[in-house]
Design a protein around this ligand. Structure first.
Ligand code: KG4
Ligand code: ZN
Length: 341
């Protein structure tokens, strides 16, 4: 079964053709980094306009690369919940038009559900239940994935997502955008023990997160050093900041797995590309006999393949939303907009 997946949550315009939920025939991502770089963050209006400009090109290219025509498709899946609203509607409009014109079932997918299923692309045997840490710029959740389509929210950030903290710290330090990959790379040559930053919410017996205070602690340190005329060792600062973020993410994720007695953990979303997070969680998980699965880097950040894969599992469950995309609306994953400052 071939599904066209369309994803326009934020600043990536993406379309993919995936067969049977795991065979990725194409996965085209039109990244807008250059559009937003000069502003140090995603500008929603510009993102939406860019999606309008490129969406049909991206879909055509996904079909071309996969050697698929519209006649060969069995369904269209689209992210219809969660994201910058004006961005999301561009993908939804394109998917609805294709579904209507080609008489294809339309599958509404929640953006985070898409990330959850990104782990299934290369590991269709992930299994249920499992614990999923979904961590990116617009969301930071711990989820018990009970069965296909059934999610129990264990915890979420009460303010910034980890990716948002990476982006804001990088912007303050003048490193560029997006901050996550830049800090990841720079931190490799810094000393992670140079500064001890707070580990927010670690003393609490729940699975919620908070990264706003940690981000402010970094900004205050840098401002203080500058005011004193002291040297600002950026490498040590970002390494110490990353160490604190990773410590919190890893500790809470392992705790959730142990508390729920669930032996498989997946980590998805843009921040799951972080090399220090991948190494640290893999090491801690193995100490506890927990199986941990990361998607390969191309499926960590937003992409159409994860939407097609999530659509495949929805379709297998007998769902087809038609042109009414309510299926994803009542998800416990929430439907709030992403917040980008
Ligand atoms: O999943 P994604 O493309 O979009 C959202 O759903 O938010 O994730 C983008 C986020 C950005 O905040 C970016 O800085 C972060 O993921 N990110 C990383 C890394 N690669 C991307 N954060 C830390 N380390 C990385 N290597
Ligand atoms: Zn995302």
């Amino acid at each position: 079964m071939k599904i066209l997946g369309i994803e326009t949550a934020c600043d990536d315009t993406s379309a993919a053709v995936v067969e049977d939920g795991y065979r990725v025939l194409s996965n085209v991502v039109w990244n807008q980094v250059r559009v937003h770089a000069e502003f140090g963050g995603v500008v929603p209006e510009l993102a939406a306009r860019r999606h309008v400009d490129v969406i049909t090109k991206v879909i055509d290219e996904a079909l071309r690369q996969s050697g698929t025509s519209y006649e060969d498709l069995d369904a269209v899946a689209v992210n219809c919940r969660h994201g910058l609203l004006r961005s999301v509607v561009i993908g939804v409009a394109a998917a609805k038009a294709i579904s209507y014109a080609r008489k294809l079932p339309l599958l509404g997918v929640h953006h985070i559900e898409g990330h959850i299923y990104s782990a299934f692309i290369e590991n269709p045997d992930v299994g249920f239940p499992h614990v999923c840490l979904a961590v990116a710029g617009g969301h930071n959740l711990l989820i018990e994935v009970v069965s296909p389509g059934q999610y129990r929210l264990l915890g979420k950030t009460v303010d910034d997502a980890a990716g948002e903290a990476f982006d804001k710290v990088a912007r303050y330090l003048g490193l560029g955008f997006p901050g996550g990959p830049l800090i990841d790379k720079m931190a490799r040559t810094g000393n992670p023990k140079a500064y001890v930053f707070p580990r927010p919410m670690l003393d609490r017996d729940d699975f919620d997160f908070s990264f706003s205070g940690l981000k402010t602690a970094v900004l205050n340190l840098v401002t203080g050093l500058k005011n004193e005329g002291a040297a600002v060792n950026v490498k040590d600062i970002v390494a110490s900041f990353q160490e604190a973020v990773v410590d919190v993410l890893v500790t809470k994720t392992i705790r959730a797995s142990l508390a729920k007695n669930i032996g498989t953990v997946t980590v998805v979303g843009g921040v799951s590309a972080n090399s220090h997070l991948r190494q640290t969680l893999a090491a801690k998980a193995s100490e506890h006999g927990i199986r941990v699965i990361f998607p390969s880097l191309q499926y960590c950040t937003d992409n159409g393949a994860m939407i097609a894969t999530a659509g495949f599992y929805r379709h297998r469950n007998g769902e087809s939303a038609g042109l009414d995309l309510d299926a994803a609306a009542s998800s416990p994953l929430g439907s709030e907009n992403m917040i980008y400052a």
